[in-house]
Design a protein around this ligand. Sequence first.
Ligand code: FES
Length: 98
Amino acid sequence: MTQPDSRKRRPPKSVTIRLVTREVDVPGGVSLLSALASIGGRAIVEGNYCGAGECAHCEVIVLNHRGHKKSVLACKTRVEPGLRVVRLSRYLEADLSK
Ligand code: FES
């Protein structure tokens, strides 16, 4: 039986991510969709998002560590410090602008 790794780090309470043209502080240890909901208010919480990787309404383009663009689902992507989102789905863009 293995012992729990006491060196495992807890997610930070808050992380800064780049959201297209601005930097925002969001809760750490949550999905990108939840993080966006924390700054997007009720529009995202009440929006048309399955939260299960099935609708693709949360699809965003991020830059990976090498600076290459990658399409990911915000509901299936955990926020990390320095995450760079360069493009939002039209659903997220509309909900974040409300
Ligand atoms: S919210 Fe439906 S795929 Fe992410």
